[in-house]
Design a binder for this molecule. Structure first.
Ligand SMILES: [Zn+2]
Ligand SMILES: [Zn+2]
Length: 378
């Protein structure tokens, strides 16, 4: 019996080893291309934990973000609103430290931040890249923001049209925001928060040279709040940075190199959206030759996560092109172009003019692009 037991031990051990190896953790990377000169990082700079009014432990926030394919997050628990304070000892720095330590093990950049939670105006502001969150726990919002600024924080205005503070859901700019802007203590605004897009905030970012942000403001476990498989995805900020580390992200944020990705919508300056589109899309047969026939097919592949909804911006003399083309994410579409009677013999390059309806460069202006196609009439 003893001998049998002895022989069995290695097998039992192997069983346990195999079980531990089988616990794979799986990440689903985003398919949003880098742009010339910069890496495109997927970030969420507004996240709560049990250390304020969230229901999730900080390390789980890091794991959730890694699994969803994010590169960086900021933990931003409220300074002034701590409904769990009787259960969890209050030290404003702890949640950031816990998530940051966990993030290091899984190659996720975790930035320490806080949400300065005041009445409107000025409302709620996040300060990220802070040194000591406890020092933000002061009497007035002016003091709190000044302390954050003295710690060289990046400070942004959260959910400016949130119905908790603006009953009609319309974001309003107050003299208090001008005061912060003039002092150099307001660096960005959430254009998207949770499940809301604020067109007013989008326009302010353009007019006042502020950084556009798009964040989840997540409180419960991420999968309890967003139905990602059905298109209800976490909003993320795209950061165009020289590298993935904290210093590079901070440099990019202070220099307004961001865009907003929410559901199937991209919001940002043309200088960022155009290269994202161009790097995502490839015309598989960029030159077509007409013989006697009137029609030819064109194939376009879209390698990105975004379905691009193209609407014709103009008509062409030589060929008729579709009024609407959807370039589906991760797929190749094929469509027909028809030559007109005006097409003359020879070769020429045409720019097919389209507007990408779900890529916004202003609240009312979609990105304009050209698909380059060489045509030849034999
Ligand atoms: Zn808030
Ligand atoms: Zn919040």
């Amino acid at each position: 019996m003893k001998l049998l037991l002895k022989m069995a031990v290695p097998f039992i051990l192997m069983l346990f080893i195999n079980i531990s190896y089988a616990q794979l953790r799986v990440r689903a990377p985003y398919q949003i291309p880098d742009i010339p000169g910069y890496q495109t990082l997927i970030c969420d700079f507004h996240i709560h934990t049990v250390f304020s009014d969230g229901t999730v432990w900080p390390s789980v926030r890091a794991e959730e973000a890694w699994r969803e394919g994010l590169d960086a997050i900021a933990i931003t628990d409220h300074i002034e609103y701590l409904p769990h304070k009787d259960d969890i000892r209050t030290n404003h720095n702890r949640s950031g430290y816990i998530a940051k330590g966990y993030g290091q093990d899984i190659y996720l950049t975790v930035i320490r931040g806080s949400e300065i939670t005041r009445d409107m105006p000025p409302g709620h502001l996040n300060a990220i890249f802070i040194q000591d969150a406890n020092k933000l726990d002061v009497e007035t919002w002016q003091e709190a923001i000044a302390v954050a600024d003295s710690q060289e924080a990046f400070i942004f205005w959260n959910h400016p049209g949130w119905r908790g503070q603006q009953k009609d859901g319309v974001a309003r700019w107050y003299p208090e925001h001008t005061e912060l802007l003039d002092k150099g203590m307001l660096h960005g605004i959430e254009v998207v928060n949770n499940k809301e897009y604020y067109p007013e905030a989008h326009q302010w970012c353009l007019d006042k040279n502020l950084t556009m942000l798009s964040n989840s403001d997540i409180h419960p476990p991420i999968q309890m709040h967003y139905d990602s498989p059905n298109g209800d995805t976490r909003p993320v900020t795209l950061v165009f940075a020289k590298s993935k580390d904290e210093a590079a992200i901070k440099e990019a944020l202070f220099n307004q190199r961001t865009a907003v990705l929410w559901r199937n919508m991209l919001v940002g300056k043309e200088e960022f959206l155009k290269p994202i589109f161009n790097q995502s899309v490839q015309i598989e047969n960029p030159s077509i030759t007409f013989g006697m026939e009137d029609n030819k097919n064109v194939q376009i592949t879209n390698r990105s996560d975004v379905d691009f909804e193209l609407f014709r911006a103009d008509t062409l003399t030589d060929i008729t092109i579709p009024e609407k083309i959807t370039l589906y994410s991760g797929k190749t579409v094929l469509f027909n172009v028809k030559k007109t009677k005006k097409l003359l013999r020879g070769k020429k390059v045409l720019n097919l003019p389209y507007k990408v309806q779900n890529l916004l460069v202003t609240p009312i202006k979609p990105l304009e692009i050209n698909l380059e196609l060489e045509i030849e009439q034999k």
